[in-house]
Design a protein around this ligand. Structure first.
Ligand code: ADE
Length: 263
């Protein structure tokens, strides 16, 4: 997997490539990250990347030319142009685990870091293949969002995670999804996890987890997942293919709490 990132803050990325999962994946050659300084694709003495918006208003807007040139240079170096070009912006469609899984099947991805005042719309319309947002909040630039995309996608690149860290068990991923709809948006939140000590300052780990009774542990985890999802992300429960047992359990919660259980 190759990531080509276009940014006016190339130094930003040394922090994320210098530790943890990305550092390891880079060292093992599982991913490559190339950072392209947008100013390197300008053609004036001041290396201008932005200009005032037509029609007036506050803030500056990224000019189209340097971004087009940067993408064209990356495509020319790759010898092909069939890979995703993603503009990170708060106007993008929301990044989900399903989208991350799709991206992880690509060989190369270009990430364009916008800035919050804006990027000339011709970039979104004629250059980018996708416009992605990482959440309904505004960052001052797309750099953090690009880092999020690279981190999420890298975890799914084959061989990056060891068996013990299996991505299958993540919230939103396939563990609790059914066979027809194995990905993404139809997942549940992950259940709580505990490790030693079993009694920390008098706060005890749920007994069932110490019981060695695998079926009971499985049931407990499933119920905690359902409960957490119901309370924090009810819209995910609505989309989730619930089993008869799930439904009965959720109806029990409803009776106990007076909260509506999904149908
Ligand atoms: N740039 C600014 N805010 C953003 C967001 N929420 N997602 C992606 N890129 C952004």
């Amino acid at each position: 997997m190759k990531f080509d990132v276009i940014s006016i803050f190339p130094d930003f990325f040394s922090s994320i490539t210098g530790s943890g999962l990305l550092k390891r994946a880079l060292a093992e050659g599982k991913v490559e990250i190339r950072i392209h300084d947008l100013r390197g694709f300008t053609d004036d003495r001041h290396r201008t990347v932005d200009d005032r918006p037509f029609g007036g208003g506050p803030g500056m807007v990224f000019k189209p030319e340097p971004i087009f040139r940067a993408v064209e240079a990356i495509r020319a170096a790759a010898g092909e142009d069939a890979f995703p070009v993603i503009l990170l912006s708060p106007q993008g469609s929301l990044l989900t685990q399903r989208r991350v899984e799709e991206l992880a099947r690509q060989r190369q991805i270009i990430l364009i870091c916008g800035r919050y005042e804006g990027v000339d719309e011709r970039v979104a319309e004629y250059l980018a293949t996708d416009e992605l947002s990482i959440g309904d909040y505004v960052l001052s630039g797309g750099e953090l969002a690009a880092a999020v995309v690279m981190e999420c996608v890298t975890r799914l690149v084959p061989g990056v995670l060891g068996n013990a860290e299996s991505a299958e068990q993540d919230s939103f991923a396939s563990r609790w999804a059914n066979a027809e709809e194995p990905h993404g948006e139809r997942g549940l939140l992950d259940c709580p996890h505990y490790t030693r000590p079993a009694d920390f300052r008098g706060i005890k780990v749920p007994e069932v987890l110490l019981s060695g009774h695998h079926e009971a542990v499985h049931r407990w985890r499933r119920q905690r997942s359902l409960e957490k999802t119901l309370h924090r992300r009810p819209e995910l429960i609505e989309r989730f293919p619930l089993s008869r047992h799930d439904r009965e359990w959720l109806e029990g919660i409803q009776r106990a709490t007076g909260r509506a259980a999904p149908r």
